[in-house]
Design a protein around this ligand. Sequence first.
Ligand code: FNR
Length: 184
Amino acid sequence: EPIKLVVIVGSLRKASINRKLATALERMLPDGIQASRAGIGELPLYNQEYDADFPAPATAFKAAIEAADALLFVTPEYNHSIPGVLKNAIDFASRPAGRSSFGGKLAAIAGASPGRTASALSQQHLRNVLAAMGVLTMPTPEALVQFSEGLIDDEGRINDERTRTALQKFIDSYVQWLQVQLRR
Ligand code: FNR
């Protein structure tokens, strides 16, 4: 049985550097990990009235989380926190009350930004939110990518040796941590 990993990108734009980072990380996964993406772009804005009648994209997003053994969030930093679209998706999957899709899930967080702090503050905020959802996140190593033009291409190829080594270490550590947590 492969470990089912669901990757969630916290940016909706096509040219997203975090989408490129997600692709690069997926390429580094060893055999035995089955990765897929869960999209958040089709979700409406969460409104508590939806708890009585979930929209189809939200039901699909919840199902994707529930089917996963583990999650990988790859998120931008917006104003020192996570983008609203990512928080919106997490809020949907946490509902209806008592039927959160997150309980007991395992996760790792990665992120890229052109700034020197490379999404560190956004990642810390996300850790807080996930802790409230009962999601256990790998504490270290962190994947903080300061993105410069061309660092990662659309196919996920990394054009810098140090970045490649650090990200491979992040992925290897995550897989090892998952195997311990899942006893596999
Ligand atoms: C940003 N950006 C940004 N960067 C950062 O390092 N710290 C920050 O607080 C912010 N704040 C912020 C707010 C908003 C509304 C936008 C649109 C952007 C810059 C951001 O890191 C950059 O646009 C990335 O390219 C966004 O990630 P994606 O969409 O390329 O994955």
